[in-house]
Structures are given as C-alpha cells and as structure tokens.
Write a protein that binds this ligand. Structure first.
Ligand code: FES
Length: 116
C-alpha cells in the first residue's frame, strides 16, 4: 500500500466541483461537496466513461456517456445507464452493474491527500 499521497491543494476545488487527478497510476475522481472531499475511480464501470466530465449533484455523479449514476460516499450504483427498461435489462446480462471504488481522503493543512 502506497499510503496517502498529495493530489491537490485544498482550495483548488470549489464546493460542488469535481476533477480528475492522477496518483499511483490511477485516474481518480476528486469531488468537494459540503466542504468534504470524496475520491473514487474515475472510470465508469459500464463502458469506461470519464466520470469527472459528467455531472455532480450532491454526492451523486452522473456518467457523461450513458447516464449511470454513482454515490460518492460509498461508490454504490444509483442508476445503471439511462437506457430504457427493456434495453438495460438485456444489457445487464452482459455488463453487470458494479460499484465504483472509493478511496480514503484527508486534508492536512492546505493539502488534499488520497490513499489508492
Ligand atoms: S460508460 Fe458510463 S454509463 Fe456507459
């Protein structure tokens, strides 16, 4: 385990914003909501969409590609694509819904650190 690594300055993100940072060879989504930072894998488990380019509403991120939604507090799937019911039911047979990985985050002074 690599331990915590600085990924950005704490004032580099405004509340309600998110950004991709690279650390430990991983693309990590870093979001700030209600003064807290959240970190998760940035690659959508559905078909690899860049989650940081999606939409952030509260702690829910929406993938810009097909609209899957994930809860940043625990990575759980809120919605698996925005496809119509029959289509998503069939495609779930081939690509099962999977939560995104989340990572521990802490702030030390003016630095945001993530453990991947
Ligand atoms: S790639 Fe993210 S929902 Fe399809």
């Amino acid at each position: 385990m690599a331990g915590y690594v600085e990924v950005m300055k704490a004032d580099a993100l405004q509340d309600g914003q998110m950004k991709e940072v690279k650390t430990g060879g991983q693309a990590v989504l870093l979001a700030k909501v209600g003064g807290r930072f959240y970190a998760a894998e940035n690659k959508c488990p559905h078909m690899g969409g860049n989650l940081a380019q999606g939409k952030l509403e509260g702690t829910v991120v929406t993938c810009p590609v097909h609209g899957s939604q994930y809860e940043l507090t625990d990575g759980s799937v809120i919605r698996w694509t925005n496809w119509p019911g029959a289509v998503v039911t069939v495609t779930k047979l081939f690509r099962r819904p999977r939560a995104i990985k989340t990572y521990p985050v802490k702030v030390e002074g003016d630095k945001v650190l993530v453990e991947v």
